[in-house]
Design a protein around this ligand. Structure first.
Ligand SMILES: *[C@@H]1O[C@H](CO)[C@@H](O)[C@H](O)[C@H]1NC(C)=O
Ligand SMILES: *[C@@H]1O[C@H](CO)[C@@H](O)[C@H](O)[C@H]1NC(C)=O
Ligand SMILES: *[C@@H]1O[C@H](CO)[C@@H](O)[C@H](O)[C@H]1NC(C)=O
Ligand SMILES: *[C@@H]1O[C@H](CO)[C@@H](O)[C@H](O)[C@H]1NC(C)=O
Ligand SMILES: *[C@@H]1O[C@H](CO)[C@@H](O)[C@H](O)[C@H]1NC(C)=O
Length: 163
C-alpha cells in the first residue's frame, strides 16, 4: 500500500533564453535576472546599470514591450544606475522590460522578462491508485492556480506488511 508521507511544492520560475531574444552580445545590464513578481504586490524594481562613457542614467528610457514607461516610474540613483519601479503588480505586468538609450536611436542597454504569479498553495492530497508494486497514479488539489510553472514533489513510503 502506498501512503503519503509528505507533499511539498516548489516554485520554479520559467527560464528564458533572454540572450537570444534580446540579442545581447555583451553582458546584460538589467537586474535582477529571471525576475518573478507576486501578483498583488505594491511594486517591483528593476535596476539598469549604464556603463558607457557617452551616456548617463538620465539619458535612458524604460520600455515594456513597445510601450515607453512614464518618467514617474524612474528613479535615478546616480549617474550609472537608473531604477524602474513598476507599481501595482498584475497579470499584465509580465513581459519584456528594456532599458534603452534616449540618445542613439533607442540603443538597447539591457532587458529582462518579468514573470508574475502567486506562491503555490500547500496542495491537499487526495488519493493514489497503485497496481500492486507497479506504476501508480496520484491526485491532489493544487489550490489557486499559481500561474507560474510549479513542481509538486510527492514522497511515498511502502508498508510491506511485516511491521
Ligand atoms: C539595485 O540597486 C540597489 C541600489 O544600488 C541595490 O541596493 C539593489 O540590491 C539592486 N538590486 C538588484 C536586483 O541588483
Ligand atoms: C563596464 O563594462 C566593462 C565590460 O564588461 C567592464 O570591464 C568595466 O569594468 C565596466 N565599467 C564600469 C564602470 O562598471
Ligand atoms: C535629467 O534630465 C532632465 C531633462 O532631460 C532634467 O530635467 C533632470 O533634472 C535630469 N535629472 C538628473 C538627475 O540629472
Ligand atoms: C496602485 O494602487 C494604489 C492603491 O490601490 C492606487 O492608489 C494607485 O493609484 C495605483 N497606482 C497605479 C499606478 O495604478
Ligand atoms: C523536487 O524535486 C526536484 C526534482 O527532483 C528537485 O530539484 C527539487 O529540489 C525538489 N523540491 C523539493 C521542495 O523537495
Amino acid at each position: 500500500m502506498a501512503t503519503r508521507s509528505a507533499v511539498r511544492s516548489s516554485l520554479v520560475a520559467v527560464s528564458v533564453l533572454l540572450m537570444t531574444i534580446l540579442n545581447l552580445s555583451v553582458q546584460n545590464n538589467v537586474q535582477p535576472v529571471t525576475p518573478v513578481a507576486e501578483i498583488g504586490s505594491s511594486s517591483f524594481t528593476f535596476n539598469c546599470t549604464v556603463n558607457r562613457t557617452d551616456l548617463t542614467a538620465n539619458d535612458t528610457v524604460w520600455k515594456h514591450y513597445s510601450e515607453e514607461l512614464p518618467q514617474k516610474w524612474y528613479k535615478i540613483v546616480d549617474a550609472t544606475l537608473i531604477q524602474l519601479v513598476i507599481p501595482n503588480i498584475t497579470e499584465s505586468s509580465r513581459g519584456i522590460y528594456e532599458c534603452r538609450s534616449r540618445l542613439d536611436n533607442r540603443h538597447l542597454i539591457g532587458g529582462e522578462i518579468l514573470e508574475v504569479g502567486y506562491p503555490p498553495d500547500q496542495p491537499t492530497f487526495e488519493r493514489c491508485l497503485s497496481d500492486n508494486l507497479g506504476p501508480f497514479t496520484c491526485w491532489w488539489n493544487r489550490g489557486r492556480d499559481p500561474i507560474l510553472k510549479t513542481t509538486y514533489n510527492l514522497t511515498y513510503t511502502f508498508n510491506d506488511g511485516t511491521g
